[in-house]
Design a protein around this ligand. Sequence first.
Ligand code: NAP
Ligand code: MG
Length: 517
Amino acid sequence: MLDKMIKKKEKNKHKDKDKKKHHDKKIVEAKKRKSHKNFQFEYSESLESTDVVKIQPKNALFINGEFVEPTEGSYFPTINPGDGEVLAEVAEASAKDVDMAVRAARKAYETTWSKISGAERGKYLFRIARMIQERAREFAVLETLDNGKPIKESRDVDIPLVAAHFFYNAGWADKLDFAFPGKKVQPLGVAAQVIPWNFPLLMAAWKIAPALAAGNCVVLKPAETTPLSALLLAEVIQQSGLPPGVVNIVTGAGATGSHLVNHPDINKVAFTGSTQVGKMIAKATAKTNKRLTLELGGKSAHIVYEDAAIDQAIEGVVNGIFFNQGHVCCAGSRLLVEESIAQVFTDKLKDRMQKIRVGNPLDKNTDIGAINSHRELEKIRDFVNGAREEGWDYFSASATEAPSRGFYHKPCFFNHVASSATVFRKEVFGPVLAISTFRTPAEAIAKANDTPYGLAAGVWSEKASKIQKTALGLKAGVIWANTYNKFDPSSPFGGYNESGWGREGGRHGLYPYLEVQ
Ligand code: NAP
Ligand code: MG
């Protein structure tokens, strides 16, 4: 009996020893982890192959179903912002070329497109959507080469959404009578569409798909710095057998855009770009019968309450302003964080930023790719220098150093920024965040609304009622709850005030392309 008791005691002693050992080991590991808080995994480069794309050295205009040389014979270069090298030469459309494109669109509208049924139109759109899916990798690589966005963005976000927009609108083509019950709907005719460089193919899809589904023909002008994916889309359109002239693509700079929106035989203008150019177009079309929709700039705010899931909110903020280089019209470029968690939040944000990988856009590990052009990079640098001179608390970090060639900018933020600060008011269009605090929901709403824009907002809280109440007070076209930058072709998108007029996407996105009686 005594023997047994001694043995049991010994056993327990060992157990305690084991427990202590285990406990000590855990403490050592935790200490190690703490000292390695900013431990970085080594990543080997994982470059997406560019073999899938064949870039022509000289690229013509797409008019009346054919690739044609510009009448004045002038071309301009498009550059790969990842390394600053010229990718290709692209035709510069003159007023004469634009006129040819508009005439082709008018003829197609009158002779074919307005004559065929909605179901027929839908068939073409479904076909284009499937062809985009089949060539998705080619589109993604080309977009990354011409725009500078990371391949993981173009591959996982842009191109799938492009196909989704064509599929979605294809579905409406034969159901327009149900989109606006009790109303009679008719297409408008020829639409002039001018788009920016930040989501080149996605903006083309947002414009072309609803216009065609509603029965219009189009002339599209891509941005000067990112014309290549629209020209590949032209190739897909040609191969899809879409009747000639239904879609025309004219490349060029601002002057080409101006010729297009001012052409007298246009029924509708759809513009996405800066508020400054948007205002010029609004003035120019004011004295005409042209319909107009404008998708313009933004200075969108996140509101993070103290009861939010902080790590989730950090991801949302990082995704909202840093990924895609901040080249997003609805970028969450202002962060309003409840004062009680402001210190914890910014500390965590700093840790997270130290793990962001700035680098070659073709590397699958890259989080932040290249700024689209040298001009844009200079604009961002000027903003950052200006805000530093104004004296706002500056922080910048990333896990990697930017490549020596090409146009890159590290993510950064300015903390404790006043609502009057330039960096809090003006659109930077780069990976630059302005942070301020609030104490009450009313103050958060007032600060978020204190802007001439009104495109989007993000609200972070565990309480649905708080989110709902906050959202009702915000003047923004899109409000995300506990997430950010989520897009779906069935959701309308658009802004208040200087962020624009009208909506794109969803049933609402068909409306501007129809006469609804
Ligand atoms: P931008 O200078 O206004 O250019 C947009 C497009 O308009 C480009 O194709 C441009 O050609 C063309 N353009 C320039 N001047 C013109 C004129 N006088 N008449 C007709 N067209 C003209 O804008 P950006 O700097 O390229 O793009 C960034 C802006 O777009 C940001 O402000 C951003 O917020 C906004 N954006 C808004 C949305 C939205 O949905 N709300 C989406 C994306 C971007 P060039 O390329 O040759 O200059
Ligand atoms: Mg380019």
